[in-house]
Write a protein that binds this ligand. Structure first.
Ligand SMILES: Cc1cc2nc3c(=O)[nH]c(=O)nc-3n(C[C@H](O)[C@H](O)[C@H](O)COP(=O)(O)OP(=O)(O)OC[C@H]3O[C@@H](n4cnc5c(N)ncnc54)[C@H](O)[C@@H]3O)c2cc1C
Length: 381
């Protein structure tokens, strides 16, 4: 077993860290306040090959491995969690399924602009009545001649208000249950697609979370992604990879909070000495650092297994479960170490606390992660 990163992984980590330090972190507070899409940052990330980092370069990607993806996404999310999720969705939930299930034509037409960051993607699975129960899709797709006609409503779609393309799930044969779901590539700017409500949220405020309304949306027959009826498998397979991304996002948020807490504890004087001299503070820092390291090891392991083309469903769920819950605990302690100042907007830890919370919910809640982990274990995997 080798705990050393390769030279390429170290270079990617350094590049992402430098970029996050110079271009993202200084803007994070403003992005949280204005809730605006950070287009200029995403454009620069595209130039650094961060929008399709693990996609082969022949399709416009960075040609790196999934460990590099984890490492880079932790750095970007350390800078700003909203930028982190925009990157995560484009990489894991859009580029990855098109690369895995797409035809050569789909890869040329859609994957290349998405992975090179010229276009931005979103992933449309959730509906008002299909959240954790993702198979309860109401959106329908009906083949009419050479076109699919899609009708329905998706909600909570990250990047939904700004995306060019959407990997979208819809029911093509209700009689077959989840085996009657298919996946498609939709042009979000095309006819029949409208952006509905853009949600106001607790955290990750610079990441748009929008409704997508599909009314007689016609797309060419060849925009079916994978086989007809394979959509639920496409979605679950995609979310396995996505969970590695959300775990990495949680790492970045938690590390930012831990670093802020360490720094503050060394400078805040009470009872004539820095608060870092108190054992109560030292123990919190010890617990935070230990949890962060454990979360990172789980996340890197899941990325490594994906690179080795081994099963990683259970490990990705474990990484997401532990990293997200650890991020919530770590950011809570970071506020505690800051005392009253931790509760004030000017100090970044209240933002980290708000941003961490979503990682326990999207791409499968902690409860669903426990179901995935236990069902794998009980099947002997
Ligand atoms: C900011 C944000 C961004 C998002 N981005 C996207 C996106 O890009 N694309 C997309 O498709 N979706 C997206 N989502 C949707 C997200 O994945 C869902 O919100 C999530 O899966 C939970 O679904 P739900 O909100 O309907 O909650 P519900 O499924 O209604 O769950 C409510 C509660 O019940 C629990 N529960 C449900 N079923 C079970 C069960 N079987 N056993 C035990 N407990 C259970 C849940 O864990 C939760 O605690 C996003 C959501 C948010 C808030």
């Amino acid at each position: 077993m080798d705990f050393e990163f390769s030279e390429e992984q170290k270079m990617i980590q350094q590049m992402a860290r430098d970029f996050a330090t110079k271009e993202i972190k200084p803007k994070a507070l403003e992005l949280d306040r204005t809730e605006r899409h950070p287009a200029e940052i995403i454009q620069k990330m595209a130039e650094l090959n961060l929008m399709g980092i693990a996609i082969p370069d022949i399709y416009g990607g960075g040609g790196a491995d999934n460990v590099s993806y984890v490492v880079a996404l932790e750095e970007i999310s350390w800078g700003c969690a909203s930028v982190g999720v925009i990157m995560s969705v484009n990489n894991s939930l859009v580029c990855d399924p098109i690369h895995t299930f797409g035809t050569e034509e789909q890869k040329k037409k859609f994957l290349t602009p998405l992975a090179s960051g010229k276009k931005l993607g979103c992933f449309g699975l959730t509906e008002p009545e299909a959240g954790s129960d993702a198979a309860a899709q109401k959106t329908t797709a009906v083949l009419k001649g050479d076109e699919w006609m899609i009708n329905g409503k998706k909600n909570f779609i990250t990047n939904g208000n700004v995306a060019d393309y959407c990997v979208l799930l819809a029911m093509t044969d209700r009689s077959k249950g989840y085996r009657g779901i298919s996946s498609f590539i939709i042009d979000c700017k095309g006819p029949g697609v409208a952006v509905g409500v853009v949600e106001k949220k607790l955290g990750i405020k610079a990441s748009g979370t929008a409704e997508l309304i599909l009314e007689d949306c016609r797309i060419p027959k060849e925009n079916l992604l994978g086989q007809e009826g394979q959509g639920f498998y496409v979605a679950m397979n995609t979310l396995d990879g996505g969970r590695i991304g959300i775990a990495a996002q949680a790492l970045g948020i938690a590390r930012a909070a831990l670093e802020a807490a360490i720094e503050y504890s060394k400078t805040r004087m009470q009872f004539g000495q820095p608060i870092s001299k108190f054992q109560a503070i030292q123990w919190m820092i010890a617990d935070m650092a230990t949890e962060l390291d454990a979360a990172r090891l789980l996340t890197l392991k899941a990325g490594f297994l994906k690179d080795q083309k081994q099963r990683y469903e259970k490990e990705a769920a474990m990484a997401k479960l532990f990293a997200s819950e650890a991020a919530s605990r770590i950011t809570t302690k970071a506020i505690q170490i800051h005392g009253g100042y931790g509760y004030i907007q000017e100090y970044n830890v209240e933002r980290h606390f708000r941003d961490a919370r979503i990682t326990e919910i999207y791409e499968g809640t902690s409860e669903i992660m426990r179901l995935v982990i236990s069902s794998n274990i009980l099947k002997g995997r």
